[in-house]
Structure formats: structure tokens, C-alpha cells
Write a protein that binds this ligand. Structure first.
Ligand SMILES: Cc1cc2nc3c(=O)[nH]c(=O)nc-3n(C[C@H](O)[C@H](O)[C@H](O)COP(=O)(O)OP(=O)(O)OC[C@H]3O[C@@H](n4cnc5c(N)ncnc54)[C@H](O)[C@@H]3O)c2cc1C
Length: 478
């Protein structure tokens, strides 16, 4: 992603060498994304239908959370708004006033469409209810990476297949000067972007940038992944089902379903987790189970000296809200905006690190919310996360919503008001009070407006095609 973006968006300004090792390979299980990925693909001039065919992608309208607040419950965190704000007052305040806040999920086009496996691209007309949502993709990451690589090579990137064995640094400045490969080739450079994954060869190893460990808040440290055959309708959403010691993902692609169980090794073991995943598969397994190990957290700084860590080299947050590829994209965007023009400056590094750290911290709080806001007490894992101390920044956000129904606002960061509302209410955090400005309409008018909107939303979704038919129509089927 980094080489493809920089080579295209800084064409003629930089010369890029990309070193990769097929022997080592990529993590390759990142399959679910956030809507921002569309802007990334567009900037790279990628045709959507071609991309969907190449990566066997499906459209994604949100994430379903099953059994998180309590066993038997399910809600969707949609990419879209709930209801209609009236004069700047959020719709959930009106629902709360009417005593109907538990009906929130019925007031979202992407939630209703997800439940019916329907999809179409959003409308441009802001008056249309079909303009109230966004969408992302679920795709095969092992096909996306080579697709981007070939585009990067066409934009002038020199790709070298080889394993990096040694990193040399200048004794005075501490900057990286060159990389030595297994075949003794030496690669010199001015700026080194470390995309070496969990190994963090340059940022972590060579520059020794400390890792901030967040596993006390996010104790899941392993995953077992296993794709299976796909049956039934092509669902336009990812599922995250809470398990006894973590949660399980299900990501429907065109040619298979991606599955994985993300768990904490403190509360279960690899064998047990693998058995639990196999027992839950909805089709014939298509590969052997694969165990991945990780730790939640990030490097204290992502840009140090002349090394910028992007992706897993910079940090990792579990895929509960499909944020890793998003974090990569945000880092690339920030780097492009602050790309050194001749010399390296501390100001640029600081601003880059501020942006990247803020993005990580906000996602971190959002993820912790899912675990902490549970009523489950059926396993040691859930007892731990339900009662653990949480960051003060999250404590404040939860209290504000509980007391006032208000979502803390910020300009930077992945998840905005509707996302927080979806999770708060989905997991049983109901505000004590509503915004007093929602007292405007009389009770009968309010009831009629709410019922009218619900019917209109349902009728609108009924006009949307089935996702499989839509994919065929746009030429997106492989
Ligand atoms: C269980 C799990 C599920 C995930 N699910 C999602 C998801 O649904 N959505 C999402 O957005 N993200 C997800 N992610 C994250 C996603 O997989 C990564 O963000 C993504 O794969 C990018 O990884 P990367 O490029 O940083 O590292 P990697 O994929 O590990 O790539 C590292 C690259 O560095 C090269 N390399 C390493 N060492 C050397 C060396 N010595 N010499 C030469 N080359 C070297 C490798 O060959 C490879 O090309 C998930 C991650 C995990 C662990």
C-alpha cells in the first residue's frame, strides 16, 4: 500500500526501492476494512469492479456483534447514521425521550440492508435515505497485496526479492544508511519506511523504539485462522461473535468465508481455541488452522530519525473493528502530507507521530469499550475485562454518554458519533437523560414521526438489490 501510494502520488519526486521476501511472506489475514479504503483505492486510480474481481471482494455495510453485551444478543455497528437529526439534536435523544431507545437498530439503512443481504452504492442526493450510509470491502488480502505491487511497479517502483539481514546506521546521527540483503546486495537510501510486519526490523530492532504494551486492556494475544466454503446469501457485513475467551470473526468473500478466533492465551490454549473454531465453521474447511501471535500496543513513536514504521511494524490492534488497514492508510496519508522535501525536520516527525498516535489511541479506547461494556460473567475472560481498570480517556467518554447521551466529539480519528452510539446502546449503556432540546415536539407528533421514519427506511431498503445480483450487475464477480 505504501509503495503503491507514494509512487503514484509523489511521482517524479522520489525514487523507491521495495524489498520483500516471499520466503517470509505476509500476514495475509486482513480481510475486512473500513469505508476509508475507498478513498485510498480512488486516489490510486483503481477501478472498483476490477478490484472486486481481482480480490474476490464483497461489499461491507458494518460489523455484527453477537453475544457481546449478553449471550443471545446481537447488534450491528453500521457505516451510516441512525435516523434523522432534528435541528442539530441527535435522533437517539428523540428515541430516548419516547422510551424507545432499544429500537435504534431499526433506524439505519445499512443495518436493515445487512440483515437482508442487500446492497447498492449510496445515492448522491442528500435528500435520499439511500445517502445515509457508506461502505467498505471484505477482500482477500493475499490478492490485494500483489495487485498493489504490480501497480507500484508500473509507477516506477523497483522491487527486490530478498531477505534483509543487516541494518547499518550512521554513528553520529543514528540514521539508517543502508540495508544488506542475504545475497550481499546493499541498498542505500535517504528515508526508510519499515513495513516489515511484527518483526519491526528497522523501527523496533535497529532504532530500538520502545513498544507501549496495551495487553492489560486488550488481553487477546493470539488468533487461529481457518477459511471455509461459503454457503447461502452473500452477506454484506462482517460478524464478530463473542466466545468464552475472546471472539470469532466471519468474513464472507465471493469464493470463501474467512474465519478466525482471536483469544487470550491466559484464558485458553491453542488446541482448545482451534477446536472451538472448527466447531463453529459454517462450511467445509479449506485450509489447515493457522495460529498467529501478537501483542496489542504501538511503538512510542512511528517516525524516528529517518525511519518510518507503517503497519504492524508500528503497532497492532486486534481486528475487532477492522482497523489495521485503516491505520496503515492514515499513516500513508500523513506521510504524504509531511513527506520530507530535501531535508528531515523534527517538526514533520512530531506532527506525524502526533497524528498516528492519536489514531491508535482512539481505536484502542473504542476496542476496549466492546470488552468492558459487557454483562457477561460466564468465563474468567469476561470477568476480567468487565472489571479491569480502563484508560481515563475512555472512562470519561462512557460517563458522558451514560449521563447525558452525548458522544465526545473529535475531528481526527476513525470512529465518529454513530459508531460510538451503536456500541454503547448495543452493549446496554443507556443514557439516563436525553438532550432537553428533544422536548420540542408533542408526544403524538414524535410517535408519528418515529413510526413514519421506520416504515420509510424499511420501504427504502426493500428497493435495494441482493448483494450478489448487484455485484454481477457492476461486473464485480470474479
Ligand atoms: C489475526 C489477524 C487478523 C487481522 N484481520 C484484519 C482485518 O480484518 N482487517 C484489517 O484491516 N487488518 C487485519 N489484520 C492486520 C493486517 O493483517 C495487517 O495490517 C496487514 O497484513 C499489513 O501487515 P504488514 O504489511 O504491516 O505486515 P506483513 O503482512 O507481515 O508484511 C511484512 C512484509 O515485510 C517483509 N519482510 C519481513 N521481514 C523481512 C526481511 N527480513 N527481509 C525482507 N522482507 C521482510 C515480508 O516479506 C512482508 O512482505 C489482521 C491481523 C491479524 C494478526
Amino acid at each position: 500500500m505504501t509503495a503503491a501510494a507514494i509512487s503514484r502520488l509523489l511521482a517524479g519526486k522520489v525514487s523507491i526501492t521495495l524489498v520483500e521476501s516471499e520466503q517470509i511472506g505476509i500476514v495475509g489475514v486482513g480481510e475486512a476494512t473500513l469505508p476509508h479504503i475507498r478513498a485510498f483505492n480512488q486516489k490510486l486510480g483503481i477501478d472498483e469492479a476490477e478490484f472486486m474481481r481481482t480480490t474476490q471482494a464483497t461489499f461491507k455495510l458494518g460489523i455484527e456483534f453477537r453475544n457481546w453485551g449478553q449471550i443471545g444478543e446481537s447488534y450491528i455497528h453500521p457505516f451510516g447514521t441512525f435516523g434523522d437529526d432534528v435541528e442539530g439534536v441527535g435522533f437517539h435523544h428523540y428515541l430516548n425521550r419516547a422510551g424507545r431507545i432499544h429500537e435504534l437498530q431499526q433506524f439505519s439503512v445499512p443495518v436493515i440492508a445487512s440483515r437482508q443481504a442487500r446492497f447498492q452504492r449510496p445515492a448522491d442526493d442528500p435528500q435520499s435515505l439511500l445517502s445515509t450510509f457508506g461502505y467498505a470491502y471484505q477482500f482477500d488480502a493475499t490478492r490485494y497485496a500483489p495487485y498493489l505491487r504490480s501497480r507500484a511497479e508500473k509507477s516506477g517502483v523497483t522491487r527486490i526479492e530478498g531477505r534483509i539481514l543487516e541494518v547499518s546506521r550512521d554513528t553520529e546521527s543514528g540514521h539508517v544508511t543502508s540495508l544488506r540483503l542475504e545475497n550481499d546486495d546493499v541498498i542505500h537510501g535517504d528515508l526508510f519506511i519499515d513495513c516489515s510486519g511484527f518483526r519491526s526490523l528497522l523501527l523496533g530492532d535497529a532504532m530500538a523504539e520502545p513498544f507501549e504494551d496495551w495487553s492489560a486492556w486488550l488481553p487477546c494475544d493470539r488468533a487461529v485462522a481457518m477459511p471455509c466454503e461459503h454457503h447461502g446469501p452473500l452477506l454484506p457485513y462482517t460478524s464478530a461473535t463473542a466466545m468464552l475467551s475472546g471472539w470469532r470473526w466471519r468474513i464472507p468473500l465471493q469464493h470463501r468465508t474467512g474465519n478466525g478466533y482471536v483469544y487470550s492465551s491466559k484464558f485458553t490454549d491453542d488446541e482448545r481455541a482451534t477446536q472451538d473454531l472448527i466447531a463453529a465453521l459454517e462450511g467445509k474447511a479449506l485450509a489447515e488452522p493457522r495460529i498467529l501471535r501478537f501483542k496489542a500496543g504501538r511503538r512510542r513513536r512511528s517516525w524516528v530519525g529517518n525511519v518510518v514504521g507503517i503497519g504492524l511494524a508500528g503497532g497492532f490492534l486486534e481486528p475487532l473493528e477492522s482497523t489495521s488497514i485503516y491505520l496503515i492508510q492514515q499513516a500513508i496519508t500523513a506521510l504524504l502530507e509531511l513527506f520530507p522535501d530535501g531535508s528531515l525536520s523534527e517538526v514533520e516527525r512530531c506532527e506525524f507521530n502526533r497524528i498516528v498516535n492519536l489514531e491508535y489511541d482512539r481505536v484502542r479506547d473504542f476496542l476496549i469499550l466492546h470488552y468492558h461494556a459487557t454483562q457477561r460473567n460466564d468465563s474468567e475472560f469476561w470477568n476480567y475485562v468487565r472489571t479491569m481498570p480502563i484508560p481515563a480517556s475512555l472512562e470519561e467518554k462512557i460517563t458522558l454518554f451514560k449521563q447525558r447521551g452525548r458522544v465526545m466529539q473529535y475531528r481526527e480519528g476513525a470512529f465518529l458519533e454513530p459508531s460510538w452510539i451503536a456500541v454503547y446502546l448495543g452493549q446496554g449503556i443507556v443514557p439516563q437523560f436525553y438532550d432537553q432540546r428533544a422536548d420540542g415536539p408533542d408526544a403524538a407528533t414524535l410517535t408519528n414521526a418515529i413510526d413514519g421514519l421506520r416504515n420509510e427506511l424499511q420501504a427504502t431498503v426493500n428497493t435495494m438489490p441482493d448483494q450478489r445480483d448487484y455485484l454481477t450487475m457492476i461486473g464485480g464477480v470474479a
